[in-house]
Design a protein around this ligand. Structure first.
Ligand code: DAK
Length: 257
């Protein structure tokens, strides 16, 4: 399947989606997001894929929603067209997905990185929600996800001033899980993704689902959900294999069953 604005590659059980409009700093045009959503749908159905990396170029993960595409739109164009629906394909994606961010991750770029399960940043990464400079505010989850990652004070600072955060600040603010030299970014992301993809796929999916559920429920409800999902894992062959392999001092061979 050919794509014009993204590149889809696979290495073993890891698939990488590279946003590929470098001249426009990967500004998120709606047709590019439609391609990304299509690729994610395909990868979710593909049993041979256990983890996905979403990345951009060395200069820009994505510099935001495409301002030129948005500039002349009216309310009803945006409302009826639901032009950001495809971005949420990341949020709906059920397998683990890592954002490997180099350069600018601004506006919608920061928002889609935050939709991923975790962010590995290159040391040149810059994060921001600069929409206020354009007379709007974040519209693809930024006002809700940023505060959950970095807390109220910093989220307000970022969204109200529109300033950028460098990779070190993003690390100390818990927006990203690790910062690595730019030259090591893809290798580090690939290594992390391969490690995840080598686990039991259904167990990794259930773990992701249970962690994400914590955003939507009380601690008591979350603990109850965790217990039920944990218990259900004992119906799988992979739980038997994982625990047997530990006792037999060997590596587990998960069958995703
Ligand atoms: N959209 C379109 N084109 C962009 C772009 C963007 N977001 N960012 C960069 N480009 C284009 C530039 O126009 C330029 O194209 P040409 O002029 O060469 O044709 C090319 O990429 C290179 O950019 P620069 O020449 O500006 O490169 P610099 O290195 O000098 O600067 C920069 C890099 C990232 C600091 C700068 O490009 C910049 O500030 N970009 C805009 C960043 C930004 O404001 N991002 C947020 C976008 S708004 C909603 C409503 C709105 C939104 C969401 C929802 N609802 C109603 C639900 C808004 C979301 C956003 O993300």
């Amino acid at each position: 399947m050919g794509y014009d604005m993204i590149e889809l590659t696979t290495d073993g059980a890891v698939a990488t989606i590279k946003l590929d409009r470098p001249k426009a700093l990967n500004a998120l045009r709606s047709d590019m997001m439609a391609e990304m959503a299509k690729a994610l749908t395909k990868l979710e159905k593909d049993d041979s894929i256990g983890c996905v990396i979403l990345t951009g170029s060395e200069k820009a993960f994505a510099a935001g929603a495409d301002i030129k595409e948005m500039a002349e739109l009216e309310y009803l164009d945006i409302y009826k067209g639901d032009i950001f629906a495809n971005h949420e394909a990341i949020d709906r994606f059920r397998k683990p997905i890592i954002a490997a961010v180099a350069g600018y991750a601004l506006g919608g770029g920061c928002e889609i990185a935050m939709m991923c399960d975790f962010i590995i940043a290159a040391d040149n990464a810059k994060f921001g929600q600069p929409e206020i400079n354009l007379g709007v505010m974040p519209g693809i989850g930024g006002t809700q996800r940023l505060i959950r990652a970095v807390g109220k004070s910093k989220a307000m600072d970022m969204c109200l001033t529109g300033r950028m955060m460098d990779a070190q600040e993003a690390l100390t603010s818990n927006l990203v899980s690790r910062v690595v030299p730019l030259d090591n970014l893809m290798e580090t992301a690939q290594e992390a993704a391969a490690k995840i993809a080598a686990q039991s796929q259904p167990i990794a999916m259930m773990t992701k689902e249970t962690i994400n559920a914590s955003f939507e429920m009380s601690l008591a409800q979350g603990i109850r959900l965790e217990r039920r999902v944990f218990q259900s894992m004992f119906t799988t062959e992979d739980q038997k294999e994982g625990m047997a392999a530990f006792s037999e001092k060997r590596k587990p061979h998960f069958k995703n069953k």
